[in-house]
Design a protein. Structure first.
Ligand code: ADP
Ligand code: DP6
Ligand code: CO
Length: 361
């Protein structure tokens, strides 16, 4: 490092959207490396809607690694943060900015400390995949800062070690997380199935039923399911492999009926696994159930699916309408049947194509 100028700060800011699984990841075969028991498929939201913005900085004047999440300092001592930081530092490359007199050699990155400030523009730990956008953004911004040469799939394998679902947020459009076979995790990574433009008729609407932090984190929920649910074993071995093939086909052919049928069934089976866990885990609430019944009834009355629904590990509904016309109807009906709650601090708002409703819950 150039000794004469020790006051410099190098900084990178990145923004990463969240992703919502349509074939769910639930269960690890390796807790430390975060290796899943089945493949999963997700859709990444538009970057300007539900997203994380992270700024990472490095300077010789920083004396330890620090992180702020939503303006509150959090500890980086957890294994997941440490694993991501270690992997990124291992892959870091030489960096030079002649104008500023900054020269960092590969070995110097080990000694330089980082400061990380991250902000989620949507509820954290409420079942809208904040860990996905959060760790994807962390890895992406650190990789830019430390001049990594790895491609997106290789970076996804690092983000996976922060939070499994994060590996899929390194890509836009439809993304598959391949579970892999290698017990060291080298082949457990994300690949893009189709880009953002492939099926742009679809409109995603998110109804925030509750923005409160969930009682059981995804990590501990899936650990308990792996330990106690027989349905999880059956799902991972017998059900998901077939659904993955069918879902890839549905996405390729823009076959909304199959897509919706698979996404809804998979969400329901994931929540059935949660109920099959001992003690049972309840992520959905009455409002979530009413939304499911409502969409099911609507789809039946139309003779074919118009809207797909899926719920991650929380009560919030993600609905995918087959086109803009259906999305407009869906929004109107949701606002009528599930009016925004004036008692909460949240208002309903519409964001371009992707809408968010805050509902009474
Ligand atoms: P969610 O359903 O929101 O993904 P999880 O239980 O999977 O909930 O994960 C929540 C955890 O993810 C948080 O407690 C925090 O540790 C981590 N997380 C959330 N946002 C970020 C972020 N922007 N950067 C780093 N980690 C984050
Ligand atoms: C229901 O990726 O949040 O959203 O790997 O322990 O961090 P960790 O869990 P996380 O789990 C996501 C579970 C899910 C389904 C999915 O996103 O595939
Ligand atoms: Co998560």
């Amino acid at each position: 490092m150039a000794e004469e100028s020790v006051n410099w700060v190098l900084m990178v800011t990145a923004q990463t959207p969240t992703n919502i699984a349509v074939i769910k990841y639930w269960g690890k075969r390796d807790e430390t490396l975060i290796l899943p028991v089945n493949d999963s498929i997700s859709v990444t939201l538009d970057p300007d809607h539900l997203c994380t913005t992270t700024t990472v900085a490095v300077s010789p004047s920083f004396d330890h690694d620090r992180m702020w999440l939503n303006a509150k300092e959090i500890s980086l001592s957890g294994g997941r943060f440490q694993n991501c930081l270690r992997e990124i530092r291992n892959c870091a490359c030489d960096f030079e900015d002649k104008q500023k007199g900054i020269k960092i050699e590969k070995k110097d990155w080990e000694k330089l400390h980082v400061h990380i400030a991250s902000y989620n523009n949507f509820p954290t730990a409420a079942g809208l995949a904040s860990s996905a956008a959060g760790f994807a953004c962390l890895v992406f911004s650190l990789a830019k800062l430390m001049n990594l040469r790895e491609d997106q799939s290789q970076l996804s394998a690092i983000a996976r070690q922060g939070s499994g679902s994060a590996c899929r947020s390194l890509f836009g459009g439809f993304v598959k997380w391949i579970m892999g076979k290698d017990e060291r995790g080298s082949d457990s990574l994300a690949v893009q199935l189709a880009d953002e433009e492939h099926w742009n008729d679809l409109v995603i609407i998110i109804a925030v039923v509750s923005s409160r932090q969930k009682e059981t984190s995804s990590t501990s929920g899936m650990r308990e399911s792996v330990e106690t649910s027989l349905l999880l074993q059956h799902r991972a071995k017998e059900v998901v492999p077939k659904r993955i093939v069918q879902m890839e086909e549905a996405i390729k052919n823009r076959d909304f009926s199959s897509f919706a049928q698979l996404a809804c069934a998979d969400s329901n089976q994931f929540h059935a696994v949660c109920l099959d866990t001992s003690p049972p885990i309840f992520y959905m609430n009455d409002t979530s159930h009413r939304i499911i019944s409502y969409v099911e009834k609507w789809n039946r009355s139309e003779g074919s699916p118009q809207v797909a629904y899926t719920f991650d590990a929380g009560p919030n509904a993600v609905m995918i309408a087959r086109n803009r016309k259906v999305a407009t109807q869906l929004l109107q009906r949701l606002l009528f049947f599930f009016p925004p709650n004036p008692d909460t601090d949240l208002n309903s708002y519409v964001l371009g194509d992707k809408s968010i409703l805050h509902d009474a819950g």
